[in-house]
Design a protein around this ligand. Sequence first.
Ligand SMILES: [Zn+2]
Length: 111
Amino acid sequence: MSLPNCPKCNSEYVYEDGILLVCPECAYEWDPNQAAEAEEGLVVLDSNGTRLADGDSVTIVKNLKVKGAPKDLKQGTRVKNIRLVEGDHNIDCKIDGFGAMKLKSEFVKKA
Ligand SMILES: [Zn+2]
């Protein structure tokens, strides 16, 4: 198993010291397990289990009631340029006629 380069100075001479990785060139020490988690980032899956990313376009897969809006969000509505966020409603977006709102990724599919 090869060790990653130092995240600070990109040195290849990183070595293991217990659970930590240590860089002999800039003396940086870090926990590779934590680094791996940070790299993973936010994982948001649509109704088909496809991973979504910032800037994707999605389609609503079922009619959704919108709090405070006079009409439902219709199945098949295209939503452009989504932004992924933490939480229960994990998609931040703007929808024509509704404005800025948050959606649950389980109610959309990647367009
Ligand atoms: Zn280094």
